[in-house]
Design a protein around this ligand. Structure first.
Ligand code: AGP
Length: 609
């Protein structure tokens, strides 16, 4: 997810672009750039780092132009760097483009352009092929060249195009990535999202899929896939900027909870190849490599560590390889046994958590192979790894990690299935069956979001508790730890998670009348055991809110309240059961008046040991 913006009109485009990008930085902030037609030259300024670095670099240049495009990046292909930053230009430098999305067949197009037409590429991005394709098809009609280029492209893209030969045109294209047009007097705008344009206009056009837009200072023309002109009603926007950045959600945290189905989709579908197998671009672990590996460590912190706990279950189930999960701040001081037959898996949203990074570097020193599951492309953990699995959750702004967690679970299911195929523990049929189950998760997650109102009500009844207990068995224990962490970091309630079977060995002493116990009972193979533990706390007066799979009626007899997630396989249930727990923590925090997106004492990325 990146942010794009464009301007054509009589004003100086440069400040309009910078201001617009500033409102889009929540979409990506690892590099930024602009391209503008200054005189009859296409000038490009782009740098790795936050937008303000770009702004500081171009300020003294006093650039002036009436047409330009700008981009703030969330890297997916090609690490954050000056050369991989957008805009990208064609070989002649006469055409510049910006892009949000992924050109999924970029490798084939790139190979064709290099081998058949000797095109010289500058970057590692998928995006650069677009600039070269447009130039390849350009014969004096920019719109025609754009149409021919997109005919070759597969994937998701919102693209902005300017050309030295067409100072009176700004062209944009939309396919499965957001694109809006802002209408002004003698000027017009494009952007990924409304916040970028609200300072200039409240008259917007929402561009549909497969539409191409030609903007001039005087007007805007929308064309459909068949190059027919399309009429579009003007949308009058009444939102304020802050609200718009959150796309109408009150906070980034609840917005990101609602983005989980998309994160799960993107993380999975972009790696399914034509044969129904997986394509892992940056993982080169083959059957021989895996045969060498006799020990796997999963090491991480906080929420990422909890994802690792479920990763262990997936790898041991699908690949039958023993896995040790450890918290990074303890790992390298526990004198772990590591050698060249060890696979060390680091998990991190930010990729900058120092405890995880130091553990990774220690394991590497000891000879381990390093695989990382990371959300931020080009982050330190990724750069120090031999193999990388990027979770495509998009930027996670809320300090409490939500969508990164569920995409990390998806990553582990996929990696475990892949390992099971490599070492023969998983059959072709078994793989195909599980792949269908993974494909179904996105829809089940959509359904689970419907629990929001129920969680808001339960939170309004329970937000005054000083302590809360989470219990579960099997994978439900792992989710209990994550649910408890979410509640702690968002509501500041002293909550506690424990394996349900462990209660009677001491913790049950804390149970008294109306003690709130949230019992996760989604593991059907452990259901009866969990029920007896729920009876134990009920017998001491606890108020029990249970989480169970749909169709499980009997639990209603023992719990005070039941939250039903859609039916699914036990191993996949954590993806769904964590979502009402995230929503519960969010609404309890709201009811307690906390700053949900920036909880006290916490940082989004902990870069100290
Ligand atoms: C989770 O909500 C917290 N923000 C925190 O526990 C976090 O998971 C931990 O600091 C690890 O961060 P990382 O995934 O960026 O490495």
């Amino acid at each position: 997810m990146c942010g794009i913006v464009g301007y054509i009109g009589s004003k100086n485009a440069v400040p309009v672009l910078i201001e617009g990008l500033d409102k889009l930085e929540y979409r990506g902030y690892d590099s930024a750039g602009i391209a503008a037609l200054s005189g009859d030259e296409v000038v490009v300024h782009k740098y790795k780092g936050r937008l303000r670095y770009l702004a500081d670099r171009i300020k003294p240049l006093q650039l002036s132009a009436n047409v330009g495009i700008g981009h703030t990046r969330w890297a997916t292909h090609g690490e954050p760097s000056d050369v991989n930053a957008h805009p990208h230009t064609s070989e002649s430098g006469e055409i510049a483009i910006i892009h949000n999305g992924i050109v999924e067949n970029y490798a084939q197009i790139k190979e064709w352009l290099i081998n058949e037409h000797g095109v010289a590429f500058k970057s590692d991005t998928d995006t650069e092929v677009i600039a070269h394709l447009i130039e390849y098809y350009y014969e004096g009609d920019l719109l025609d060249a754009v149409y021919k280029a997109i005919d070759r492209m597969e994937g998701a893209y919102a693209v902005g195009v300017i050309s030295k030969h067409h100072p009176d045109q700004l062209i944009a294209v939309r396919k499965d990535s957001p694109l809006i047009v802002g209408l002004g007097q003698g000027e017009n705008f494009i952007a990924s999202d409304i916040p970028a344009l609200l300072k200039h206009t409240r008259d917007m056009l929402l561009i549909e899929n497969d539409e191409v837009v030609v903007l001039t200072p005087q007007g805007v023309t929308i064309y459909d896939a068949l190059r027919q002109v399309v009429e579009r009603d003007v949308l009058k926007v009444t939102w304020d900027v802050a609200a718009a950045e959150k796309e109408g959600y009150a906070h980034f945290t609840i917005k990101e909870i609602h983005e989980q189905p998309k994160g799960l989709h993107d993380t999975l579908y972009r790696r399914i190849n034509a044969n129904g197998g997986f394509n892992f671009e940056q993982i080169n672990i083959g059957a021989d490599d895996l045969r060498q590996i006799n020990r796997i460590y999963i090491v991480a912190c906080g929420t990422a560590y909890h994802a690792g706990l479920i990763g262990k279950r997936a790898i041991e189930t699908f690949a039958g390889i023993p896995v040790t999960v450890d918290i990074a701040s303890e790992f390298r001081y526990s004198d772990p046994f590591i050698d060249h037959q060890t696979l060390f898996i680091a998990v991190s949203q930010s990729g900058e958590t120092l405890d995880t990074l130091q553990s990774l570097r220690y394991a590497k020193q000891m000879g381990a192979r390093i695989l990382s599951v990371v959300n931020v492309v080009g982050s330190s953990v990724a750069r120090d790894s031999d193999d990388i699995f990027y979770t495509w959750a998009g930027p996670e702004i809320g300090v409490a990690s939500t969508k990164a967690f569920t995409t990390q679970l998806m990553a582990f299911y996929m990696l475990a299935l892949h390992m099971g195929m490599l070492n023969g523990r998983m059959t072709e049929e078994g793989f195909a069956e599980w792949l269908e189950k993974l494909k179904g998760i996105e829809t089940l997650a959509e359904q689970t979001l419907a629990l929001e109102h129920a969680m808001q009500r339960i939170a309004s009844e329970q937000f005054n508790n000083d302590s809360v207990f989470f219990i579960g068995r099997g994978a439900d224990v792992d989710v209990s730890y994550e649910a408890s962490l979410k509640l702690k970091e968002l509501s500041y309630i002293n909550s506690f998670a424990i394996a349900a079977g462990e209660l009677k060995h001491g913790t049950i002493a804390l149970m008294e009348k109306d003690t709130l116990v949230i019992a996760l009972a989604t593991q059907t193979h452990l259901y009866e055991k969990t029920v007896s533990n729920i009876r134990e706390v009920k017998a001491r007066g606890a108020y029990v809110v249970a989480v169970a799979q749909a169709g499980n009626e009997s639990i209603k007899e023992i719990a005070d309240e039941v939250i039903y997630i859609p039916q699914c396989d036990d191993l996949l249930a954590p993806v769904l059961s964590v979502m009402p727990m995230q929503m519960f923590a969010y609404y309890v925090a709201l009811d307690r008046g906390n700053d949900v997106d920036k909880p006290r004492n916490l940082a989004k990325s902990v870069t100290v040991e």
